[in-house]
Design a protein around this ligand. Structure first.
Ligand SMILES: [Zn+2]
Length: 417
């Protein structure tokens, strides 16, 4: 799949996969050196010269995609939130659960008490499982520590896990996830800690590339989000924000900070949609959260795409609202509930995810010069990837040219007669 344009894909370009049949990808030293038909590859002069030292990975009868770029995850937590799960089944809303002591705050105590090594081990397990589902680049947020010490510990745990995983991890400081209970009623004091302690330390120790804010009623206001964005910018960190999950926020005041992405986007005004179509800020949609919260409504992907807003898909992997690490599941939800086409879902999960993380020069498409990160699916047609839901058809994941995950072939191929 080729990235073609210089910016993120939008509009009709979101449908262009650039599919090659009977394809071959030549890789060397972790990079893609050529991509084309197998016939052409066999005539390649580099290949002829190096034939003997080449390892061939046979993908015949399968679909090869760029490794997924999951551009929105919260992997630094200790336990699943089963009480929230049950309460929600009984009818409690997201905000009712939060005000009863559940929600994000209930993950905080465990993270504060956990050692860095335990957190890193848990993150590493998740990264490996993500690779088994075809993901090779992951954005990982802190955000369940909510003290300077625990947020930095979370970022260090991400860094430690990343150093033990062959894929690429992009770390984000989400100190402004929710106001911790010790700062209830004086959120400004907490925002100051985020701005004057967490951000400078994370930047100085090179623990994060991005700063994220949960801009929402019950979390942080638009003014506070701007303060945090300004602090991040002063310290050389890029910004992104959770916006419009529960209520609409005007996005235009944030655009001067050049955010990499606005994530969730369930509620967005028409004028913001028109404005976003003129920018490279990605609208990252996370339908796993809508699914798991049992919501009827999903982000209006069609409206965003048809207006020309660049859209990405991500899992939003987290213990409270989206406990899935499967990009194919997010893609399936995007197709069935947001009326994205399978082609749009693939582009949104690969090259546009890479744009959302500022890594589009190395990731997100199979092109010469990019990192040799690909996912191989045991299906005959790419449309089967979002079609089969709740199961994993990823047969193999190659990261930097080496097999990182390989699954036994399926005992019996599922076929519709
Ligand atoms: Zn999130």
């Amino acid at each position: 799949m080729r990235s073609r344009s210089k910016g993120p894909r939008r509009g009709a370009d979101l449908k262009q996969l650039g599919t090659i049949e009977n394809a071959a990808v030549l890789c060397d030293a972790g990079k893609i050196i050529s991509v084309g038909t197998t016939k052409d590859a066999l005539r390649d002069s580099w290949l002829k010269k190096n034939r003997k030292r080449i390892t061939e990975i046979d993908c015949s009868g399968k679909i090869v995609l760029p490794g997924f770029v999951d551009s929105h995850t919260h992997p630094v937590f200790v336990s699943p939130r089963l009480v929230d799960f049950e309460k929600r089944i009984e009818g409690a809303s997201y905000e009712e659960i939060a005000s009863a002591g559940g929600g994000i705050r209930s993950s905080v105590e465990a993270v504060r008490g956990a050692g860095k090594r335990i957190l890193a081990d848990k993150i590493l397990t998740v990264l490996r499982e993500m690779a088994a589902h075809g993901t090779t680049t992951v954005e990982a947020k802190s955000g369940y520590g909510l003290t300077v010490e625990s947020e930095l510990k979370s970022l260090e745990a991400i860094q430690q896990a990343a150093s033990r995983w062959p894929g690429t991890v992009v770390a984000t400081l989400l100190g402004a996830h929710v106001v911790p209970k010790e700062f209830q009623g004086c959120s400004q004091k907490y925002v100051e800690i985020v701005c004057t302690e967490m951000i400078p330390l994370a930047a100085r120790r090179k623990l994060a590339q991005f700063v994220d804010v949960f801009c929402e009623r019950g979390a942080f206001t638009a003014d506070e989000t701007e303060q945090i964005f300004a602090a991040a910018t002063r310290h050389g960190l890029s910004v992104r924000a959770h916006v419009g999950q529960l209520s609409e926020t005007s996005l235009q005041p944030f655009l001067r900070f050049n955010p990499a992405s606005f994530d969730h986007m369930d509620h967005v005004s028409d004028s913001d949609v028109i404005e976003l179509a003129k920018h490279d800020t990605i609208a990252t949609l996370v339908p796993g959260a809508n699914y798991f919260l049992g919501l009827k409504d999903y982000p209006n992907a069609r409206k965003l795409i048809d207006a020309g807003v660049p859209v990405a898909l991500a899992t939003d992997y987290n213990p409270g609202t989206s406990p899935t690490l499967s990009m194919p599941m997010a893609m399936s939800l995007a197709c069935t509930h947001m009326k994205m086409s399978p082609e749009e879902a693939i582009v949104a999960s690969t090259i546009n995810g890479a744009w959302a993380l500022g890594v589009a020069n190395q990731k997100g498409s199979i092109e010469p010069g990019k990192d040799a990160d690909v996912a191989v699916f045991d299906v005959e047609d790419y449309r089967e990837i979002p079609y089969w839901f709740g199961m994993n058809r990823c047969a193999m994941t190659v990261i930097a040219g080496a097999i990182s995950h390989e699954q036994g072939t399926f005992p019996e191929r599922l076929r519709i007669q």
